[in-house]
Design a protein. Structure first.
Length: 279
């Protein structure tokens, strides 16, 4: 069962260097969140073979990009590389860590066992964020190995909370389902906006108007869901008048071959792929 933990560690007082390995979209979003939360730029090292212009620009603020020579006193090592590249990318990182270094991986499908094999004796946290992290509205689920004591967990939580809310689980087996629901979930929502726009155009709306209506409806409904204390089912019911237009549409979407069984199959397929990525 997931449980929230409050962030009691200040990134401004991180006890050493923070190394980010991989500064693509998700790694870059996390880095922006850390710097916004007063992490001193001179405490950050970014290892990225192809840094973007935005990442390169951070060098002017003190962030070290692909420094030459030894990197000392690494308090946290955040791994944000593609899971397919992990077998080659991780072993060279082993000299950077010590018994107190917190290793946080956001690689889909890569298990704690994989991390421990590649980085022996690591204090390891496996986490799954999602792309709304780019605007500070992500959600991350994390699980730690047996070496993660309270101080390490607080530091990992602080790093992950820089881009949104954080939940912890004790059972790593849940992470494939987490990936399938929240990690991949933004794509499902974006697809909903796509298909609503196409359906609107098919009903006679100009394509541009249909796209705007679908986009704003999905975005606005998401914000309402975020702000409201009511369950999603209650919000749905509040929009639905008996015998009305919404009820007619929901008869299709909630029918035998509707959205519920379709989404169940989709999430199951994503979870299955997560297991396959783990090997």
């Amino acid at each position: 069962m997931a449980r929230s933990k409050s962030n009691t560690t200040s990134l401004a007082s991180i006890p050493g260097t923070l190394v980010l390995v991989g500064a693509g979209k998700m790694g870059g979003a996390m880095l922006e969140g850390w710097l916004a939360r007063t992490l001193p730029p001179n405490k950050v090292v970014v290892l990225e073979p192809q840094p973007s212009k935005a990442i390169k620009a951070l060098a002017k603020r003190g962030v070290r990009i692909n420094p030459k020579g030894r990197i000392d006193n690494v308090a946290a090592l955040v791994i944000a590389v593609k899971p397919q590249t992990a077998p080659e990318a991780l072993p060279p990182l082993a000299p950077l860590i010590n018994s107190k270094t917190v290793v946080v991986s956001i690689m889909a499908g890569r298990t704690l066992g994989f991390l421990e094999k590649a980085l022996p004796n690591a204090v390891a946290v496996r986490a799954m964020p999602n792309t709304p992290a780019a605007i500070g509205r992500g959600i991350t689920v994390a699980v730690g190995n047996r070496r993660v004591a309270a101080p390490a967990r607080r530091l990992a939580h602080a790093l992950l909370a820089a881009t949104g809310s954080v939940e912890w689980v004790e059972d790593e087996a849940l992470m494939d389902a987490v990936t399938a629901v929240s990690g991949s979930g933004p794509a499902y929502v974006f697809l909903l906006a796509e298909v609503m726009a196409r359906a609107g155009a098919a009903s006679g709306l100009p394509a541009a108007l249909a796209e705007k209506l679908a986009r704003e409806t999905v975005a606005g409904s998401g914000e309402l869901l975020h702000r409201s204390p009511l369950p999603a089912a209650t919000l749905r019911q509040n929009v639905t008048s008996p015998g009305g237009t919404t009820a007619a549409a929901l008869e299709v979407l909630m029918g035998k071959d509707g959205l519920d069984p379709l989404m169940t199959r989709a999430v199951a397929a994503a979870a299955k792929r997560g297991k396959e990525l783990a090997g």
